[in-house]
Structures are given as C-alpha cells and as structure tokens.
Ligand binder design. Structure first.
Ligand code: PAF
Length: 323
C-alpha cells in the first residue's frame, strides 16, 4: 500500500514537472560556437540558475527556423518564443531603430554600448512592445567590414559596381549605393551559396561573423573599414513575456543581461585576435587608416541629411554627444 502511494506520488510529481516546464524555442542565424551561441547559452544557464527547471531552452542555431525576418514574424505570431538577431531587419518592425545603422555614427564599441545601455537605447528597446514583440536586451556583433573576391577596398572607387550583399536594411542599402557599389539585399541563409556560385562578389559583416561562419572559405579579401556598428537584440514573443509573473520577468532580465555580456565578451576576443586568425586562414587583409575612412565619410555626407530628416537631427546629435 505504502509502495503504491509513493509510486503514484512520484508519477504525479514527474507529470507535474513535465506539464510546467515550458519550452522556449530560440532561433538564431549563426552556429552554436558563435557570439549568438555564446549569448543563447548564457541566457539558458542563467534562466536555469534562477528558475530551476521551469523553462527549457531549445536551440535552433544556423537559421534552423529560417531567416531573421521569418523568425521575428514567428515571435509576433507566438510560434517561436525567442531569438537573437542582428539589426538587419529590425527597422521593418520598428522603423526608428534604423538610426543605429547609420554608417560611422558610433566611434567605438564603448560609445555604442554606452548609448544602447543608456536612455536612448532603452527607449528604443521599449518600442518593440508596440510592434508585437518584446525587446529584452541589446546584444552585439561588432563593427562591420567588407569582404569580397574582386579586389581590396581602401577607397570608395574600389567598390565601383561591386556586387555586395547587404542586409535587408534600407539604411545600409542607401549607404552602399552612395558609395558606388551595386548592393543586393539578401537574407543571410542565401549568402554563402550566392558567394560560392559567384552571384555576388562580396558581403559585409563584423569579425564575429566572418570568423565564426568561416567566410574565409568563400572570400579572398577582407577590408577592415568598420563602416557601421552592428548591434544584436534578444527578442521574446509577447505571448511568453506576458505569461510571466514579476519574479520570472526579473529572472529573464538577468538572463538577458548575461546573454549580452557573453556576446560582448566574444566580440572583445574576436576584435583582438580575429584579423590574425583570418590572415592565418589565408585571407588578404587591409586595414583602413583614419584618413582612408574619412574619404568614405565624406562621400556619405549627402546621405546624412536624409538620415536627419528621417530620424531627427536631435536624436543623432545626442547619440554623437554621448560619452
Ligand atoms: O549579415 C547578417 O544578416 C547578420 O549580420 C547575420 C550574419 C545574419 C547575423 O545576425
């Protein structure tokens, strides 16, 4: 009788545990050993430390749930619970966020992190609630550089007619048009096959991506110009976020902070050793001097007026003034 009682009790406890452990499907575009994978793991580990087995995180790396835009739409529909994504398609959901994609707006990683963690970044994050999404935290990819198979790029003229893939992001598209390239917006899962087939000459991404996605296997030249800072974001579905109580929300916030710290840690490391690593893997690397970068900035000056009209001069000035 006693044995029967304990058996029934443990079956009940087990099924309650199963019933209450909610699965968080987390999709991201890059491999598990990338900065996104590092962020996703830190998120999962912190959530477990804070809330035990109440939630399980199921990873879908390497675009396992589709391109970034599709995954974000999945969050809106409630079919996916979480993602770490680039700023690539974000302005399709919250147009104002495109301000962070303006070339040469951020001076360095410290500047970008201070803006994103401060009032400007946090107000921007809150806007996702009005777009059927919940922005938990800003993560990071680093500054974007150009890779291609045609020639090194040290001046805008080197990009004349260069078929370069950009993210599906109007701010980036406008900048590459102004530089005389032939930009082609494309979802990330199509990029490596397009480079292999020669349908495009090049692409642009931070060292974190170039190293972790082994772009050296399909690209010859790396031109380190740091033309734009690439943030990342950890987004949740409102269906998940709104189901949490206050204590759980606090734990998710801690898990988000751990994810951001892990991504930034990865970026710091790859910024320090990524160029050497890519040289060792056979890429031909040129690093633009401040004078060479200035020529790019001057060529983009006309686009800044358009950005001021779109995003507001005041906002751009306060980003620039942030120390
Ligand atoms: O270039 C992109 O689309 C993004 O930087 C990537 C590689 C998908 C990471 O979010």
């Amino acid at each position: 009788m006693t044995r029967l009682f304990f058996c029934t009790a443990s079956v009940l406890a087990f099924s309650t545990a199963i019933a209450t452990a909610a699965e968080i499907k987390m999709g991201y575009a890059l491999a598990e050993d990338s900065h996104y994978g590092a962020g996703a793991r830190a998120f999962e580990e912190t959530l477990r430390a804070e809330l035990g087995d109440a939630f399980t995180v199921r990873h879908f790396p390497s675009s396992g749930l589709g391109g970034e835009r599709e995954v974000i739409e999945g969050l809106q529909l409630g079919t996916v619970e979480a993602t770490i994504a680039s700023s690539g398609t974000l302005s399709n959901f919250v147009p104002e966020v495109g301000v962070f994609d303006i070339p040469f707006l951020f001076r360095d990683l410290h500047h970008a992190r201070t803006v994103l963690d401060g009032p400007i970044g946090q107000e921007m994050l809150a806007k996702f609630d009005g777009a059927g999404l919940h922005g938990l935290v800003w993560g990071e990819q680093g500054f974007r550089h150009i890779t291609n198979n045609r020639n090194p790029v040290a001046a805008p003229g080197d990009m004349a007619g260069l078929k370069i893939r950009t993210m599906e992001n109007p701010v980036h598209l406008r900048a590459f048009e102004a530089l005389g390239a032939a930009p082609t917006p494309m979802a990330w899962p199509e990029v490596i096959p397009a480079l292999e087939q020669g349908a495009i000459d090049g692409q642009e991404n931070p060292l974190s991506v170039i190293v972790s996605a082994n772009l050296n296997e399909v690209q010859k030249y790396l031109s380190v110009d740091g033309h734009v800072y690439s943030s990342a974001i950890l987004l949740l579905s409102p269906k998940l976020w709104n189901s949490l109580d206050d204590a759980q929300k606090e734990a998710f916030q801690k898990a988000g902070a751990a994810a951001a710290a892990a991504m930034r840690g990865y970026v710091d490391t790859v910024e320090a050793d990524g160029i050497e690593e890519l040289r060792n893997r056979g890429m031909e690397v040129n690093i633009l001097t401040p004078e060479e970068k200035l020529v790019f900035q001057e060529q983009l000056a006309a686009t800044y007026e358009g950005y001021q009209a779109q995003f507001g001069k005041e906002l751009m000035d306060s980003i620039i003034a942030t120390q």
